[in-house]
Design a protein around this ligand. Structure first.
Ligand code: PLP
Length: 447
């Protein structure tokens, strides 16, 4: 039997959440299974750390969102926001459910095409679309959303080269009562710039305006902002249709619906502050009905990202070491850090144990494995005494982490998907040295 390690006893200040008798009262948060599969078993089979996605949950969220809109408005189409999570398997689930692709770069465009999505089923957004990618998108019939006057010029050149009139949409920005206003994308409505862009497109004669697009922000906690947005977009549509020869076929209200994540600085729980998908749907569709004239119902596009995937993603991590800090807090070092959790900067995650652990809970800090002082996953949490190998489950982490994670200091881990039938698939392999060094070149004299 190995010798037990000795640790000098420390006096821990017990916080007010403990009962007077010294019995620990905080309820332990335990998640022994993800999508019906034991966390311990996942780690045993696939190692640690691990990102885990729940296919059934993604589908359920998509269906619920689609139903909220399609039950209120006749012509609805979701475009999956690739930047939110562009792992192939995740995109494929959304495409199988009926979503088209929403991309913001030539790289994302190529990914969507590679997955078999036709050009006409790609919404091409973003402030910089390289010229060659515009040529490809125009040839393939993508929905190109113009961001600047420079892009109008580029697209007119493309139209000349291809000898075709290109159908386009313009991105808009506006005051929806949410500040700071996202005014750097697209053309501003209130200043008249949006109407100037429309007139400019009409005068050029090479492009045909068929759509209006806006994306007013992300993690929007006020559903009413969408009512204002939609009303302003429809009013602009009405103005365009009466003063130009363009007929608007679709309105794309973007993404931004919040997930049930805990935004730092907001003290009420997500269950209280996050609007429901029905609140968002009601705000948008009521503004459509209130402002559309006659029977001219444009198609409604949505580019919802985080709301559909954030809560379907988990990060499983294991304790690799622990110590007591000078302020008597326990520090647990785990094998996943902020290199994998870009959204850490905005959210205070839910942290759960993979199994109930007895004993008194004590103040603790959870640190990642990076040799960087900023690698803190939770600065202040009450936890029972954990041992090496104990597992923690961090959530919701399905949105913007597996796209914005960093290859920094450590390899990025495996990503799994628990499929609808309960089987488990690896959807991204753990990185190896070769993956990272493949693009490097060592000059001859150093060899
Ligand atoms: C143009 C556009 N559409 C959709 C999205 C998705 O946003 P969200 O994940 O907040 O729904 C974004 C993200 O910022 C975006 O820039």
């Amino acid at each position: 039997m190995g010798k037990k390690s000795y640790e000098k006893p420390t006096i821990i200040k017990i916080e007010s959440s403990f009962s007077k008798a010294g019995i620990p009262t905080p309820k332990q948060k335990v998640r022994s299974k993800i999508a019906g599969v034991s966390v311990e078993e996942l780690v045993e089979r696939f190692g640690s750390p691990l990102f885990v996605f729940d296919e059934k949950d993604i589908r359920r969220r998509y269906k619920r969102a689609y139903e909220a809109f399609s039950s209120r408005y006749p012509n609805v189409q979701f475009g999956w926001s690739y930047k939110t999570n562009y792992l192939k398997a995740v995109c494929a689930v959304f495409h199988r459910e009926g979503a088209i692709a929403e991309v913001v770069s030539e790289f994302e465009y190529e990914k969507a095409r590679e997955l078999g999505i036709e050009g006409r089923d790609i919404i091409y957004n973003g402030p910089y679309k390289p010229y060659d990618s515009l040529v490809r998108a125009a040839k393939e019939g993508a929905k190109i959303h113009i961001d600047t006057f420079d892009e109008i010029n580029d697209l007119e050149r493309v139209a000349g080269e291809l000898g075709m009139q290109i159908p386009v949409a313009i991105r808009l920005n506006m005051d929806t009562g949410i500040y700071p206003q996202w005014s750097r994308f697209g053309f501003n409505i209130e200043s008249g710039q949006a109407m100037d862009a429309v007139k400019r497109i009409e005068a050029g004669g090479k492009l045909r305006l068929v759509g209006l697009h806006a994306h007013i922000g992300t993690f929007m906690l006020d559903a009413n902002a969408y009512k204002v947005e939609t009303a302003k977009m429809v009013q602009l549509m009405n103005e365009i249709e009466t003063s130009t020869r363009f007929s608007i076929e679709y309105i794309d209200v973007g993404g931004g619906f919040a997930s049930k994540n805990h935004l730092r600085g907001i003290y009420q729980p997500p269950e209280v502050v996050v609007p429901s998908i029905d609140d968002y749907a009601e705000a948008i569709t009521s503004a459509l009905y209130e402002n559309i004239k006659g029977n001219n119902y444009p198609k409604l596009y949505l580019e919802t990202g985080r709301h559909l995937v954030d809560e379907a993603g988990y990060l499983v991590t294991s304790v690799v070491a622990s110590k007591t800090l000078p302020d008597s807090r326990r520090s647990y070092i785990v094998d996943a850090g902020v290199n994998l959790l870009y959204t850490y900067f905005w959210y205070k995650f839910d942290i759960e144990l993979a199994r109930p652990i007895g004993g008194i809970s004590e103040p603790a800090m959870i640190n990642g494995p990076l040799c960087m002082n900023i690698d803190v996953i939770d600065e202040s949490i009450l936890l029972p005494r954990l041992k090496r190998g104990d597992k923690l489950i961090i959530s919701p982490v399905g949105a913007y982490n597996v796209t914005q994670w960093m290859q920094f200091i450590r390899y990025r881990p495996r990503v799994l998907m628990v499929m609808e039938d309960g089987s488990v698939e690896i959807i991204r392999e753990r990185e190896e040295l070769e993956d990272i060094e493949r693009r490097e070149r060592l000059p001859e004299k150093f060899r």
